[in-house]
Ligand binder design. Structure first.
Ligand SMILES: Nc1nc2c(ncn2[C@@H]2O[C@H](COP(=O)(O)OP(=O)(O)OP(=O)(O)O)[C@@H](O)[C@H]2O)c(=O)[nH]1
Ligand SMILES: [Mg+2]
Length: 392
């Protein structure tokens, strides 16, 4: 008995030590399984991220054009229209937008040319008068007639083809601006754009159109109702916000525009949007009040975001003719303008104002509007403009 007792003891000790190890084995197994589950989850989430471009239902890769289509179909109608717009349809609209101005210039010059055998001073005076009446200002009319004089003086009267070629070249050389570029190409975000101008020129509408334009380029936009002078002005911007599915920062009517602008910049930073567009009032009691208000808005914005506003666009209404020159002059003294938006070119025979303002002030014309739809506002292009103005 004693001889095998130790053996038995040893065996029973072995069995009991095996039993004692079971919990730790179970724990190890549990840890192993947990590790396996974690690894599987990590792998799956990575695979999901990589397969973002797979159609979930059919489990096939989505092509870039399908991706674009699905992005386009979820866009607001205004943006869809911009995305579907072609260069030729824009040129067509630009040309018809400039119809009245073009007819005013071309028909009259063609008529004057037909009555003269020689390109003399009298004919040049007549052409000067026609150009001047398109509201391009005397400086620009002088310049254009000088170009014609240099080319044709004393010669047999040229036909419209020759005259329009010289006018086209001269206008293009005045209007060509290296610096004209999409604001949305700018890298610093949020890119803050302050939109100023007298009442009724098309500030709020242009902000709506620009918003659609920037969304079509894949940018995120936030709007700020800085025109607190009228309740309707705030509502008008909110309607654009709803229409384009873009948030609008606003306060009550009569609130301090600088404090709305401050909230706008703060929200744009927090939401990390690409572009913040700030509307302003054009209808103030007097120039001093407007000057003080814009100065305060600028100060507050710049404090919240150094360098902002990155752009200040003055909106001018082409139908106001010579008055537009005075508006540029006045606003140039109030704020540092980085560009002009010229609206309502479709409603005037005096679209020459665009050329005259560029010649006189040398402030880049950034966008032009030739209608009320969102796609009717585009980046200004000197070649397209000159061509649309002088081609019959
Ligand atoms: N035909 C045409 N109409 C335009 C164009 N741009 C703006 N408008 C119209 O001009 C009118 C005035 O536009 P708003 O955007 O309200 O002008 P605003 O400068 O914001 O005016 P206030 O807020 O009163 O200072 C609206 O009826 C617009 O539809 C354009 O390029 N062509
Ligand atoms: Mg407005």
């Amino acid at each position: 008995m004693p001889s095998f007792l130790p053996e038995l003891n040893a065996q029973s000790h072995f069995a009991s030590s095996q039993i004692a190890e079971i919990p730790s084995l179970l724990i190890s197994l549990g840890v192993f399984l947990a590790l396996l589950v974690t690894l599987t989850l990590v792998f799956k989430s990575r695979a999901h991220k990589k397969s973002k471009k797979f159609d979930v239902e059919s489990d096939r890769r989505i092509s870039p054009s399908e991706e674009l289509q699905s992005r386009e179909s979820s866009q607001p109608d205004d943006v869809k229209e911009i995305l579907a717009d072609t260069t030729s349809s824009w040129l067509q609209r630009l040309k018809s937008g400039l119809d009245k101005t073009r007819q005013n210039i071309t028909n009259n010059i063609v008529q004057a040319l037909s009555k003269k055998a020689v390109f003399d001073e009298q004919l040049m005076e007549q052409i000067h008068e026609i150009l001047y009446r398109s509201d391009m200002g005397s400086e620009m009319a002088d310049y254009l007639v000088d170009q014609l004089r240099r080319e044709f003086a004393g010669k047999q009267s040229p036909d419209w083809q020759d005259v329009s070629r010289i006018l086209d070249q001269a206008v293009r050389s005045v209007m060509t601006q290296e610096e004209v570029q999409e604001v949305s190409n700018n890298q610093s975000t949020p890119h803050v754009i302050l939109v100023v101008g007298v009442n009724g020129v098309g500030k709020t509408t242009s902000i709506g159109k620009l918003t659609a334009h920037f969304i079509s380029q894949g940018k995120s936009v936030l709007l700020c109702a800085g025109d607190t002078y009228r309740a309707a002005a705030i509502e008008q911007l909110q309607i654009w916000g709803q229409r384009l599915n873009v948030p609008v920062i606003s306060h009550q009517q009569g609130a301090d525009p600088a404090s709305v602008a401050f909230d706008g910049v703060k929200a744009a930073k927090a939401r990390n949007v690409d572009i913040l567009l700030i509307d302003t009032a054009g209808r103030l009691h007097n120039k001093q009040e407007l000057m003080d208000e814009l100065a305060k808005v600028n100060r507050v914005i710049g404090k919240e975001l150094p360098g902002a506003p990155h752009e200040t666009f003055l909106v001018i209404d082409a139908t106001t003719g010579q008055n537009a020159f005075q508006q540029v002059q006045a606003f140039k003294q109030l704020v540092a303008l980085t560009g002009l938006i010229v609206t309502k070119l479709d409603g005037t025979a005096k679209g020459g104002v665009v050329i005259g303002i560029k010649k006189k002030f040398n402030i880049p014309i950034r966008y032009i509007g030739v209608g009320e739809k969102a796609q009717d506002l585009r980046l200004f292009n000197a070649t397209d403009f000159a061509q649309s103005l002088f081609s019959i």
